[in-house]
Design a protein around this ligand. Structure first.
Ligand code: ASP
Length: 440
């Protein structure tokens, strides 16, 4: 085993190395070449090579957004829909999921507004970056805006024609398309289970295939991230490092606050347990989430710990944790809220309060639709930022440092599931003694 580990560098390490290499080379080129960022050869290379190679990788992700979103969201909602059928337990878990997600996203949005990590780039550098990004985006926009005028969704959200919204999902149709997926998921959970089964199996297949395409895209990530970050480094110089540094810190600080303050309060006052003890009892689960960056991969460990270490009744924990692994993603919702606003700040787009409110709703829904796998957030973020005219190419800049953020937000995702399970167990009046306590 040690041998295979030595032979194969994990993908996330390769991506991180590409980020560093791209950043260092880009910044160095900016300093060393005559004319700095305006050096003709550097500009040519950035525009023609770095831009295009970076775009191939991003396009692989974009092309799967619609099938992935439709299958993930419909199945996620159908599961939660089934949950409400299970009655009170499902309903209570659902309410807690929504409340915790709203708090998470509000926290993220407040943090990013207070610190403004993306603001402060010198204006001429921002313009240069936008000009470089816009080269390709301008043509795309021209083509994309025309259909957006035809047959607009009612109230901006109810699609008349979901297929039309699907075709323009990356240029503003995402929200109505998500709405359609939500309604479809609710309806799917409301029909005769026998009739629903084939469709659910089809959607599960579609979901699995979509994830595979993401895997393929991620194989290109080290190259894509290198070129995207090179181009940005060549334009921004050291501002790239300081801006990204602020972004990472603000994400980690907000996640830590939600984990240790919000969850602690909920565990203490709603689940009526000692938060420190609770975290200690689920430390293996947190470590597994951190190591795997995947809620789904952590599920078996979470189920075991819920029963053996936290003493949660099986009928509650199995149900809440299984649904939560896909349906409840607090850390992800918080992260998506911060990232969308950060990228808007980064490119100098001012989102007003109503747009920020939309970001909040989208982040909550995207949290439900996000697959519990490493990097599951990115297709959602790609879809959402287009709605606010933020160039999707900006994703390449933050993707390189995503792994550590992914590991951290996944810890919150599973802690959230455990917290909800503990609260529901308490409200159901179930005995929640841990084996240790029972012996004492
Ligand atoms: N990695 C996360 C999870 O599995 C999803 C994401 O935010 O990318 O919970």
């Amino acid at each position: 085993m040690a041998e295979t580990a030595r032979k194969r560098t994990p993908l996330h390490t390769k991506i991180l190395l590409s980020l560093v290499a791209g950043g260092v080379l880009g910044i160095t080129a900016q300093f060393v070449l005559p004319g700095g960022p305006k050096n003709e050869d550097l500009v040519w290379f950035s525009e023609n090579i770095a831009n295009n190679v970076g775009s191939i990788f991003l396009t692989m992700i974009f092309m799967i957004v619609v099938p992935l979103l439709f299958s993930a969201l419909t199945l996620g909602i159908a599961e939660i829909g089934d949950a409400t059928k299970v009655g009170r337990i499902g309903f209570r878990a659902l309410v807690m999921t929504i409340v915790l997600s709203v708090i998470a996203v509000l926290l993220g949005i407040a943090a990013v507004n207070a610190v403004k990590p993306g603001v402060g780039l010198p204006e001429e550098k921002r313009q240069a970056l936008l000009a470089a990004i816009d080269k390709g985006a301008a043509e795309k926009k021209g083509a994309a805006e025309k259909p957006a005028e035809a047959d607009p969704p009612t109230l901006g959200i109810l699609p008349r024609n979901p297929l039309l919204e699907a075709t323009r999902a990356l240029t503003g149709g995402l929200l109505p398309f998500m709405f359609f997926s939500l309604v479809f998921g609710i309806a799917l959970s409301a029909i005769d289970p026998e009739k629903a089964l084939p469709l659910k199996q089809f959607l599960e297949g579609l979901f699995a295939v979509s994830l595979k395409v993401i895997d393929f895209a991620m194989l290109l990530a080290p190259i894509g991230v290198f070129f995207l970050v090179f181009r940005t480094g060549a334009i921004l110089g050291f501002d790239l490092v300081t801006t990204l540094g602020k972004y990472v810190l603000i994400v980690l600080a907000a996640l830590a606050f939600h984990q240790f303050v919000v969850y602690s309060l909920v565990i203490k006052f709603l689940a009526k347990r000692n938060p420190m003890e609770f975290f200690r009892q689920m430390k293996t689960v947190m470590l597994t989430a951190f190591a795997t960056s995947s809620s789904n991969a952590t599920l078996p460990t979470a189920l075991k710990a819920a029963e053996e270490d936290l003493g949660l009744p099986r009928k509650i924990s199995t149900f809440v944790l299984t649904v939560g692994a896909t349906g409840n993603q607090n850390g992800t919702a918080l992260f998506e809220g911060i990232t969308i606003l950060f990228l808007a700040q980064f490119v100098g787009i001012d989102l007003d309060l109503s747009q920020q409110f939309q970001v909040m709703l989208l982040a909550i829904v995207a949290g439900i639709g996000t697959a519990g796998v490493p990097g599951g957030s990115w297709p959602m973020i790609a879809g959402v930022i287009q709605r606010f005219n933020i160039p999707v190419e900006t994703i390449g800049i933050v993707l390189g440092i995503d792994r550590i953020l992914d590991m951290s937000r996944t810890v919150l995702n599973v802690t959230g599931d455990m917290t909800i399970a503990a609260c529901v167990a308490k409200w159901e009046g179930e005995p929640t003694e841990t084996p240790e306590e029972a012996m004492a």
